[in-house]
Ligand binder design. Structure first.
Ligand SMILES: [Fe+2]
Ligand SMILES: [Fe+2]
Length: 134
């Protein structure tokens, strides 16, 4: 299977549907990192909308009765949403504050995604009885 270009090699889970969705999240991060002219509000809007698509999809594939980390996994997703919503509420018109927020968002997104994908996402898809086949 050819790799998704935006997905770092150490984040590939060999689940084509999930890898595609994760690569879209990394494409968003790459856009923030390489294009300073993108309005932060646009980034937040796209992020919130796509994360909702991805988390809902992933949560529907989990089988609560056989997946031992079901509740922890959902809690991590909710924590991410809360953090992004908290950052979004700090959008102001000041250029300096925007730049600080942009840097913070870049770091948070990158670190959280790499940790989450390599931790609990990888563990979820390591055992077939944890999830439904797509
Ligand atoms: Fe997840
Ligand atoms: Fe995920």
């Amino acid at each position: 299977m050819p790799p998704f270009l935006d997905l770092p090699e150490n984040c590939r889970l060999n689940q084509p549907d999930i890898d595609l969705q994760h690569s879209i999240l990394f494409a968003l991060i790459n856009a923030v990192e390489t294009n300073n002219s993108i309005e932060l509000e646009v980034v937040f809007k796209s992020l919130v909308e796509y994360v909702d698509v991805h988390f809902s999809y992933e949560e529907k594939t989990m089988l609560p009765e056989s997946y031992g980390f079901y509740h922890q996994h959902l809690a991590q997703h909710r924590m991410f949403e809360k953090k992004v919503s908290e950052m979004r509420s700090r959008l102001t018109s000041g250029d300096q504050a925007q730049e600080v927020l942009r840097q913070e968002l870049r770091l948070f997104l990158h670190d959280w995604l790499v940790d989450h994908i390599n931790g609990i996402d990888r563990q979820l898809f390591a055992t077939a009885s944890n999830y439904r086949k797509p």
